[in-house]
Design a protein around this ligand. Structure first.
Ligand SMILES: C[S@@+](CC[C@H](N)C(=O)[O-])C[C@H]1O[C@@H](n2cnc3c(N)ncnc32)[C@H](O)[C@@H]1O
Length: 220
């Protein structure tokens, strides 16, 4: 069994048993190798838009003798999915929120058969939650972890509808419920950063000041 980082292990823990997965932006393909070896998936397609990145996956898959088990496809986002693949789970990790949203919006038609979207991004999580919920998914689970001194948040969306408050969209409904020490520390640091930024916003930047005050209010 290959060794993977704590971040990738947390992503893998959100993949349902017997899933048919597309890993968008697989790069090294380590997640896919682990998922296969862990007997978690019925089908795995590892894809990347960048040829050199996909080559990393191809090489690692070869090294692990899984060329016949894990398919690799070069291409942009969900474009690589064909109808008879019957993909039901998409993983998008290590990407910016805007890239993830763009990929999902472009692949709107393909989303019809996708039951689960698993994302790990370090930017604009509020926007990410908001946009994926609009696509008719709800937040089934969330995890916050620390790996090599960096904090990561992983979100699992599942097809369906649920209503959320502004606070839940901002902080994460499940993360609020779990309320781990790491989550509390992470939010405390974010609040401190916001307060620092507020101090240096010039007095005449009224809209910016208003926005940051609103954000700070969410913490209080
Ligand atoms: C930082 S790597 C993350 C690799 C891996 N998913 C992980 O979490 O460790 C991001 C990868 O996403 C790929 N990527 C970016 N935009 C993409 C798109 N529109 N379609 C497919 N792959 C994309 C990049 O080429 C890169 O290999």
């Amino acid at each position: 069994m290959i060794k993977i980082s704590k971040r990738l292990a947390a992503i893998a823990s959100f993949v349902p048993q017997n899933a048919k997965i597309l890993d968008v932006g697989c790069d090294h393909g380590l997640l896919d190798i682990y998922l296969f070896q862990n007997n978690q998936a019925k089908k795995i397609i590892a894809s990347d838009v960048k040829r050199s990145a996909l080559k990393n996956a191809i090489d690692n898959i070869k090294k692990n003798n899984l060329t016949k088990k894990i398919e690799t496809r070069e291409g942009n986002g969900l474009e690589v999915i064909k109808e008879n693949d019957l993909i039901d789970t998409v993983v998008l990790s290590g990407m910016g929120a805007l890239t993830i949203i763009e990929i999902l919006k472009k692949g709107k038609e393909k989303l019809k058969s996708i039951n689960h979207i698993i994302v790990q991004s370090n930017t604009k999580l509020e926007l990410l939650r908001k946009e994926i919920i609009k696509m008719n998914y709800y937040i089934e689970d969330e995890q916050i972890i620390k790996d090599s001194n960096k904090v990561y948040i992983i979100i699992k969306f599942t097809k369906g509808q649920r209503k959320y408050t502004k606070k839940e969209i901002y902080f994460g409904p499940i993360l609020i419920k779990k309320n781990t020490t790491l989550f509390q520390e992470y939010q405390k640091e974010k609040l401190q950063k916001l307060e620092k930024i507020k101090k240096v916003i010039p007095k005449n930047k009224i809209i910016e000041k208003y926005k940051i005050n609103k954000e700070i209010q969410l913490y209080k």
